[in-house]
Write a protein that binds this ligand. Structure first.
Ligand code: BTN
Length: 242
């Protein structure tokens, strides 16, 4: 099985997530991609706004993985891993360090350089009928203080399209591997980019804040942390603060 990417590009749209959702509802096949130079209503996780300035990369992919909703956890992690590996191909390694922060933030020298949003459509049986992965990568510019732009740490001039194409190639191979062989090898690769074991973290789970340290991720892509009370806790959805 290999993915056949079909790329549609636009100048300025509300959000590539919404555009690809419409294509999915109209029956588009797995591998459909929508990219825009600018978004006027780009959105991030937890309902946040995603600043979408010209020169950065904004795109969404349609996937139709053969899985139940409960097994979708690894998908966003695989996208983060693919993005980390993509960016490593462009960065000056003496100046730049990439770290993956669960579930799917890509940090460049401790600042966010990319975000990933996974949205799903489910059948009544609980099967995933569509998984929409949206990626925003700060290539030329980044929000002040909290963001990093990839080009600042590269000795090459970068374009959104070159990063997109490298990502699609790497992600395509990892996605196929996941569907055919499972998450084990990819989980190891993800952990190689994660912050080190025992790094202190706070995790917001709903309205609750849990403090402790990072342990690893499990076979389903859940975060495993050791709480300040010394218990191992597995977290399916939450936000990590370092
Ligand atoms: C995050 O909060 O970290 C996720 C950000 C995801 C942003 C991307 S940009 C392309 C796609 N379209 C959107 O409206 N959001 C995603």
């Amino acid at each position: 099985m290999s993915l056949n990417w079909v790329i549609e590009t636009h100048e300025r749209v509300p959000s590539t997530q919404d555009m690809i959702r419409e294509l999915a509802e109209a029956g588009a096949e797995e591998g459909q991609v929508v990219q825009a130079s600018q978004q006027i209503a780009g959105r991030g996780r937890h309902g946040r706004v995603w600043e979408s300035e010209d020169g950065n990369l904004f795109f969404s992919l349609l996937l139709r993985p053969n899985c139940q909703a409960k097994d979708i956890g690894p998908l966003a992690l695989i996208a983060g891993l693919s993005l980390a590996e993509t960016l490593m191909g462009y960065l000056d390694h003496e100046q730049a360090e990439i770290v993956l922060k669960w579930p799917n933030d890509v940090l460049l020298n401790d600042k966010k350089c990319a975000g990933i949003l996974l949205e799903t459509e489910l059948l009544a049986s609980g099967r995933v009928s569509a998984a929409i992965l949206g990626l925003g990568v700060n290539i030329k510019s980044a929000p002040e203080d909290i963001g990093a732009a990839v080009e600042e740490f590269s000795s090459r001039a970068l374009s959104a399209e070159m990063v997109r194409d490298s990502f699609l190639q790497i992600f395509g191979a990892h996605y196929t591997h996941w569907q055919e062989k499972g998450f084990d090898d990819l989980r190891e690769r993800w952990l190689a980019y994660a912050h080190s074991k025992d790094t202190p973290i706070n995790v917001k789970i709903g309205e609750q804040l849990e403090s402790g340290s990072f342990h690893d991720i499990d076979a389903q892509g859940n975060l495993r942390m050791v709480t300040d009370q010394g218990q191992m806790k597995s977290i399916t959805a939450g936000e990590v603060y370092l």
